[in-house]
Structure formats: C-alpha cells, structure tokens
Design a protein around this ligand. Structure first.
Ligand SMILES: Nc1nc2c(c(=O)[nH]1)N[C@H]1C(S)=C(S)[C@@H](COP(=O)(O)O)O[C@H]1N2
Ligand SMILES: [Mo]
Length: 322
C-alpha cells in the first residue's frame, strides 16, 4: 500500500515541477496524435509466466560494498526512496510504485549499436553475470530540488563501455528506455516524445562515478527505481539517470535527451548540479531530503567535484549547469 501525503517540497509543485507545466501544454498541442500511438498488443502468456518467476540474479545480492564512496549524511530509508519516484512511463506524479509493477523485466535484452566494432544484443542476465557487481552509497539530486542517498548495486559504466567495444570515433553514448505501451500505458499519451532518451560524452560515461544499477538495498533493483538496468550519475541532476534501458548507441553526434527536446532553456545536455545556477522557475540553492525531510544546502557537482570537475575544463562557454 502506498501512503499518499503531501510533503514540503511538493507544495509549490505547480511552479516547481517542470513537467507539470508541459504536461498541460503538450496535451493541448498533441491531443489528436495520441490515437496514433495506441496500438499495444497484450503480453503473451509465456512472457507473463517468465515475468512472474523470481529474479534470476537474486543470488548476486547483496554485492560487496565499495567503501570508497562515502556519504556526508544519512542513508534514505527504503520506504522513502521506493515510494517517491520520477518514472513518467507510469505517471507524472511521484506515487508510481504500484503502477510500475506492470513493468516486465524478463525477458529483457540490451542492444549495443551505432559506432561499435560489432552490433550486439545481450540478454540482461548474461550481461549482469558478465560484470563485477559492487555496492556504492551515492547521493541523488533531482532538478526539482529534492534529494536522497541510497545503496545502489551494479557495475562501473566504464565496464559496460568496454563490453560494447565502441569505435575510436565515437564521442557520445545515447541511451534509450523501453518503448512498450502494453506495459506502460502512459506511453500511449502524446505529452512526451517516447521513449525516454539520455546521453553522455564518452569521458563522462567512463568516469569512475558513472554507475550501471542492477540492485538497490542489497536486492535486485525495484521496478519503480528503473529495473532491470539504469544508470546513475550522482553529479548530475536526476533526469540524466535514465531508467530501464534497452539500448546504448555510440555516436559522434551529441544526443538530445528527452527533457532537452521538451524545453532546452530549462534542461540541457550537461545538467551538472550547481547551487548558483537556478532553474528559470525556482532556486537550486538548497534541497529537501526525502528521508529526513530536512533542507540542506546544495553543493556544486552534488559534492562530487573532486571526481568530475576536470571533465568540464575548457568547456566554460557551454551551459554546464542547465
Ligand atoms: N525512463 C525514465 N528514466 C528516468 C525518469 C523517467 O521518468 N523515465 N525520471 C528521471 C528523474 S527526473 C529522476 S529524479 C530519477 C528518479 O529516480 P528514482 O525514482 O530512482 O529516485 O530518474 C530519472 N530517470
Ligand atoms: Mo528528477
């Protein structure tokens, strides 16, 4: 059961939730187009049965914690971080946990294509078992000015890039979430240019902090948190940390993320956390912890500057903090 209650940071939601604003605007613009997208087939009985089996990688958790990544605050309780989410495939509110159980995470394949030595598609369990799993405690800062700190399990994104074997000319990785209105009926709605897309430079993707998540709180990752595979980029606003990924495309062209497509003035490619660069509609100076509900000052690069500031040397002319 979900307990729905309004919290401090939601009060100014009509102003502070970017999505809210587009939602109404784009629904008006795209109303008729919605019909075109609504062609979902029901899940086959077989894949339903596979989906109901226990997670085939459950034996891999808990993964050994990597003690290098330490927090300066308290860990967010599981009940908070798994019941207050952004996952637009299941609705634009924060209480998507129940609805997200419709996500079928097996069978699931991940495709690597574009500028790679050889295009390939791998079953998620083979990919997870090919990677060295570890646990890391990371902070997470949403552009909406809420934050949390959780124990993710997974593997360095650098390992995934190595596995993909990109060509030397690849400059970016473009990541794509599943597109399947049968298991995410919100994808029938036209307000969003589905599927959800995000992108990184190769230097960002191979920075030691970029982490592919397969687990959370010592278990396979919850559906509402982006099962079976998502990325986390703790120095960037949360919208960059794309969930439920099915494709990694390597390219020499800078990918446009979903939010940049929707509103480039408010959500850019870089989206690094900075308390001094405010969102056009609200301050980024502080954030509210969804566990303790305390407000704390926001820190540049969400506190991860020593790991990532060098990535942005020479790029001062870019909108690094939008
Ligand atoms: N596919 C997909 N990925 C997504 C989102 C989404 O709506 N769809 N929301 C993003 C945003 S805005 C945030 S803050 C984080 C939230 O992750 P959490 O629910 O695990 O806290 O996921 C990001 N990844
Ligand atoms: Mo977010």
């Amino acid at each position: 059961m979900l307990i729905i209650r309004r919290r401090g940071w939601e009060i100014p939601e009509s102003q502070a939730t970017p999505e809210h604003v587009f939602f109404s605007r784009r629904t008006l613009i795209g109303g008729a187009a919605s019909l075109a997208v609504a062609s979902a087939l029901p899940a086959s009985a077989l894949s339903q049965r596979i989906a109901d089996l226990p997670d085939p990688t459950a034996d891999l958790y808990p993964a050994k914690r990597n003690e290098k990544y330490v927090l300066d605050g308290t860990l967010t309780p599981e009940k908070n971080s798994t019941n207050y989410n952004n996952f637009y495939e299941y609705g634009t509110d924060k209480y998507v946990a129940g609805r997200a159980q419709a996500l079928r995470t097996r069978p699931w394949t991940v495709k690597f294509d574009g500028m790679v030595e050889k295009e390939k598609t791998v079953a998620i369990d083979d990919l997870i078992r090919a990677m060295p799993l570890e646990e890391r405690l990371y902070r997470h800062r949403c552009v909406e000015a809420w934050s949390m700190a959780v124990p993710w399990s997974g593997f360095a994104m650098a390992k995934l890039v190595e596995y993909a074997k990109p060509l030397a000319g690849a400059k970016y990785v473009r990541m794509e979430t599943f597109l399947d209105p049968a298991m995410a009926p919100e994808q029938n709605k036209p307000f969003f240019p589905w599927p959800y897309i995000e992108g990184l430079t190769m230097a960002e993707a191979t920075n030691e902090l970029a982490f592919m998540v397969t687990g959370l709180y010592g278990k396979p990752v919850h559906k509402q948190n982006g099962a079976p595979l998502r990325v986390v980029l703790p120095w960037k606003y949360g919208f960059k940390s794309i969930k439920s990924i099915v494709r990694f495309e390597f390219t020499d062209k800078r990918p446009k993320g979903t939010w940049e497509v929707l509103q480039a003035r408010e959500y850019g490619f870089w989206a690094n956390v900075n308390p001094e660069v405010h969102h056009p509609r609200w301050s980024q100076a502080s954030e509210e912890d969804i566990g303790t509900r305390e407000r704390r000052p926001t820190v540049i690069f969400n506190g991860y500057g020593p790991y990532v500031a060098d990535l942005y040397k020479g790029l001062e002319g870019e909108k690094l903090f939008v």
